[in-house]
Design a protein around this ligand. Structure first.
Ligand SMILES: Nc1nc2c(ncn2[C@@H]2O[C@H](COP(=O)(O)OP(=O)(O)OP(=O)(O)O)[C@@H](O)[C@H]2O)c(=O)[nH]1
Ligand SMILES: [Mg+2]
Length: 364
């Protein structure tokens, strides 16, 4: 059972910030340490830090980030932490929800200290901004990316689902697609949406249809996150991610809201990244919606989502074939559905353009 942090009269440099963060004692569904599993590699890395530090560090997992401030779970405590001086030289945001760290809890401080971030097994990242943006890690050590999108006309966007699947597969995660708000569309629209996604992603992703309003499909989503696995929900603001998690938890644990400004810099209902434990199943990371998901260097992900087309592409007559008009093109000449070819070509050409934009001296 996680202990609450000790009340302390000492002042820490972050006291002012601490005051505006939610009190950890009020949070529900925080994963327990025994629900989280560091890999052997991460444990070995931790042992090395412990040896170096004389044994006063603990193995901890980052379970929340509020305004960039991590909250850690250890075998017997839940507490906020700041970065040891040697880590603050770089960029604090390098730590992500799901990261394993070696942390200390100096007796005289409210806050723990992160001494070292242990190596990641995987990391779900996206590029912020266009091709010259920076890479942002959404979560570390995640097994499944749940792409969440509303079925509503105007919001249902198969291209974006494929794009999300490419990013997830590129990061080494499994993909599942959850189409929400089924209560707002008719059965014919729903069936056609599912068929379109199935055609595009093939066997790459499980597809679930939900209505959090009517409690439909919720157990299908639970089945996507069995005990011992960690998933992250990925989708635009207003897609219904937090509402879906509340339905899974059976209570209104997370804030949800009307669709507001839909912009990466805009106001989102969910403003922190956090893990919630389903307790009877795995763990899901909730996070603010993401508008833009540029593809930069995700060729491997594209090849995993479209393995047959990627294989054909390697046999085109021209090595720099764009699969749009060239003679001897094995993609256009192949036995592939036009919708899949269109999706593949659009994403491949975006990646090519972004790669070119990255550094004008590099020719791909
Ligand atoms: N009718 C209907 N409305 C839903 C459903 N799921 C979510 N909503 C509504 O959609 C709106 C947005 O839901 P949220 O869960 O806050 O969306 P979110 O994806 O978490 O958004 P951000 O936190 O901003 O990224 C809320 O008004 C929800 O009540 C559903 O299955 N049916
Ligand atoms: Mg939300």
């Amino acid at each position: 059972m996680a202990k609450r942090p000790k009340k302390s009269t000492s002042r820490s440099s972050a006291d002012g910030t601490l005051a505006v963060l939610p009190a950890l004692s009020h949070l529900s569904h925080v994963p327990r340490f025994d629900e989280l599993h560091a890999s052997n590699r991460q444990r070995a890395a931790f042992d090395r830090v412990q040896e170096r530090s004389g044994g006063d560090v603990e193995l901890a997992c980052v379970v929340r980030l509020d305004r960039g401030f991590p909250a850690l779970v250890t075998a017997d405590a839940l507490f906020r932490a700041e970065f040891a001086a040697k880590l603050t030289k770089g960029d604090n945001s390098r730590v992500a929800v799901g990261d394993w760290v070696a942390a200390r809890r100096p007796a005289e401080h409210d806050m723990g200290l992160i001494e070292e971030i242990l190596p990641r097994e995987s990391d779900i990242a996206r590029w912020r901004g266009k091709s010259r943006g920076e890479k942002q890690t959404l979560a570390a050590n995640v097994d499944v990316v749940i792409v969440v999108q509303a079925l509503l006309p105007g919001e249902f966007d198969p291209e974006r689902i494929v794009r999300s699947a490419v990013i997830a597969r590129d990061c080494g995660a499994d993909v599942a697609v959850v189409l929400t708000k089924a209560d707002r569309v008719d059965d014919a629209h729903r069936d056609s949406a599912v068929a379109q996604i199935r055609e595009l992603v093939g066997d790459n992703a499980a597809i679930a249809v939900t209505s959090s309003e009517e409690g439909r499909g919720i157990d299908d989503v639970r089945a996507l996150v069995p005990a011992g696995t960690i998933a992250i929900v990925l989708g635009e603001s207003g897609a219904g991610k937090s509402t879906l998690l509340n339905a899974l938890l059976g209570q209104e644990a997370l804030e949800t809201g009307e669709v507001r400004e839909r912009d990466d810099a805009g106001r989102h209902t969910t403003v922190c990244r956090r893990m919630v434990s389903l307790h009877d199943a795995g763990i899901i990371v909730d996070e603010p919606g993401l508008r833009s998901l540029p593809l930069v260097g995700h060729e491997r992900g594209l090849a995993k989502v479209f393995p047959d087309i990627a294989e054909a592409a390697s046999t085109c007559k021209f090595r720099d074939c764009t699969h749009t008009h060239e003679p001897g093109c094995a993609v256009l000449g192949g036995p592939f559905s036009p919708a899949r070819v269109r999706a593949y070509v659009a994403l491949a050409s975006e990646m090519r353009a972004n790669a070119a934009g990255l550094d004008p001296d590099i020719v791909l």
